[in-house]
Design a protein around this ligand. Sequence first.
Ligand code: C2O
Ligand code: CU
Ligand code: CU
Length: 428
Amino acid sequence: VTDDGVREFDLDLTRGTADLGHGPGTEVWGVDGGYLGPTVRAHRDEQVRVNVTNGLGETSTLHWHGMRVPAAMDGGPHQMIADGETWSPQWRIDQPAATLWYHPHLHGATAEHVYRGVAGLFLVDDEAPGDGLPDRYGIDDVPVIVQDKNFDGDRLDTGISALSGVGILGEEILVNGTPGPYLDVTTQALRLRLLNASTARVYDFGLYDEDGGARPYEVVATDGGLLEAPVPRERLMLSPGERAEIVVRVDPDDRLVLRSTPPDLGTDIFHTRFAGGADSFDVLELRAAGELAPSPPLPPRLRAADPAPDDPAEIRRFALANNRINGEAMDMSRIDAVVRAGSTEVWEVTNEDGLPHNFHVHDVQFEVLGTDDAVLRGRKDTVWIPAGDTRRLLVRFGDHVDPETPYMFHCHILYHEDAGMMGQFVVV
Ligand code: C2O
Ligand code: CU
Ligand code: CU
């Protein structure tokens, strides 16, 4: 914390080498010479400043995914950081506790920069209820950043399968940059903060015992923070950019595996097969100790209900098809929507071409309308849009007025985003 009360972080974007399971010499991008970056953590109402120094050898950006932040601090394609430069955005954390993340966001090359390893978690804390949730970082509160990779010898293979339609789909899984990972569990309850930081792959996460039996867990948080109450589940689908926090109860000597089974992409047979809809992966093994430290039971309520929203000021429609939104490819100089500060709108997002798509909006957490899925009703900034279907999103905009600097909305399958499935809005 600096003299002026600002909590300050330094993130040096670098090229380096790491062992991703194919020898020590794999060239990677990340922070401070490694693959991925450190977990950044700050408290609600704190002023933060992040000094982002770009040593990648080419222009990049760093975006705070899920963060309510002034548009000029957002780190999207309008805040480019030239090689060798430092960019120091500053803002006040103004949202509930949540698992957010950071990653580059330059127009046309986001997929490559994320895939090579520039990404990390940004955790927001607050005084929230939710007491009783495991909260000892690295012990019973553990980040699980899931990514898929391909290798060519000891090199990261950035080749794109033309058939996939979604860009790079890796055949190997890394968790926090580690291949074949396991976690020693020492407590009766374990909180996993899941982030799908893959460029294109969709996962359907379940927990299984050694006999393959499903072990139910409790979902306690989505993209933007805690659910009102824990939701018991056996499976949870996360598309690129989405997060969820789950709490698992284990018994002494348990051997469990977090596994992704084929996600229901809802696409035709061809796309299901080539876009990863038939794939299974063991993601993370949990090895419980013979004796476990006691953990309190989960609180039955995690937070108060949100106040009833205002009537929507506007209803807008967004059709996703052919790497376009409403027929238009991303144009840095075109503003697609002008919204009023503090207003509420309904955004109706349709997957028109039947390919895998999701939808992410900067600066906000929205509510998905018309669903009885208790997990989907949590605070979201990224949501799966099923093939041929429409999701209605209730979006409450922030009050960082800036008519000159747009925020982005886009499909978070990064190959689609890079190809133009992105638009811009300003808050006035
Ligand atoms: Cu995760 Cu527009 O970004
Ligand atoms: Cu974002
Ligand atoms: Cu898409």
